[in-house]
Design a protein around this ligand. Structure first.
Ligand code: SAM
Length: 248
């Protein structure tokens, strides 16, 4: 059977397309995309023209069966999303699951992911983190989710859009307290890239005061509850050292 290639694409800067992505996109029978218009633009920027298949969250189950049949018939396909890594707050999970269940080879072309890019520059503990994606849209559900996360000790990563960022910061301050260390990464790899850090309360003030800080795409990183991160890392290193002694 063919291979399903899961291909990451840039999150803003077209220079970030993984070099192997082009090779793979050139080689496949078709490219499954979230938004075929946007993917066509991306491909044509690189001088590529491939048959495109739309894969939406709402038709993914139905499509997966057809795509798996094509893969089993020997065709290789690529899966991309509008930006970043497929399946990360984007469609693809059902297709990948169906392909794996059918014994089809699934292979990644790793590359940009907004969550990991933000974590890599936030300056917050990164040894243990939890990706929370988008919070629920409805205010009550969002607050309930945050209440459940308030005691989480891992660093938390959230995605947020421009029209809800101010509200979400309000909710985060209410749920976690104004003093919790956090970082707000905006428009990563793009012209107006900004990474603000500070306690949640200060980030909220900053965003409320400056409309420019409410424009674009956001990743919010929030330090986990309670534990002192440095102490935790030191403890990890101590355990590792003791374990190494045993294994000598
Ligand atoms: N699959 C993508 C990935 O790997 O990052 C994420 C797709 S999700 C539908 C889109 C969200 O990712 C945006 O609302 C924003 O929270 C985040 N995002 C994407 N690009 C970004 C960027 N350049 N800077 C900051 N956040 C970004």
């Amino acid at each position: 059977s063919g291979t399903l290639h899961v291909v990451a694409t840039p999150i803003g800067n077209l220079g970030d397309l993984p070099p192997r992505a082009l090779e793979v996109l050139k080689s496949v029978a078709a490219v499954c995309a979230e938004d075929t218009r946007r993917t066509r633009q991306l491909l044509s920027h690189f001088g590529l023209e491939r048959p495109l298949l739309a894969l939406h969250q709402h038709n993914e189950d139905a499509q997966a069966a057809q795509l798996v049949a094509r893969l089993q018939g020997g065709e290789s396909l690529a899966l991309v999303s509008d930006a970043g890594t497929p399946l990360v707050s984007d469609p693809g999970f059902r297709l990948v699951r169906a392909a794996r269940a059918a014994g089809v080879r699934v292979s990644p072309v790793p590359g940009p992911c907004a969550a990991i890019a933000a974590l890599s520059v936030a300056g917050l503990p990164s040894d243990r983190f939890a990706f929370e994606g988008f919070l629920p849209a409805k205010a009550a559900a969002r607050r309930e989710r945050l209440a459940r996360l308030a005691g989480e000790t891992r660093t938390l990563i959230f995605y947020e859009s421009a029209h809800r960022i101010a509200e979400t910061l309000d909710d985060l301050v209410a749920a976690f307290g104004a003093g919790r260390p956090a970082a707000l990464a905006r428009e990563l790899t793009k012209l107006f890239e900004t990474v603000l850090d500070g306690p949640l309360g200060a980030l909220r003030e900053r965003v409320a005061a400056d409309p420019d800080q409410r424009k674009g795409e956001f990743v919010l990183i929030v330090q986990g509850a309670g534990e002192d991160a440095d102490a935790r890392i030191a403890e990890g290193q101590r355990l590792y050292a003791r374990l190494s002694e045993y294994l000598k």
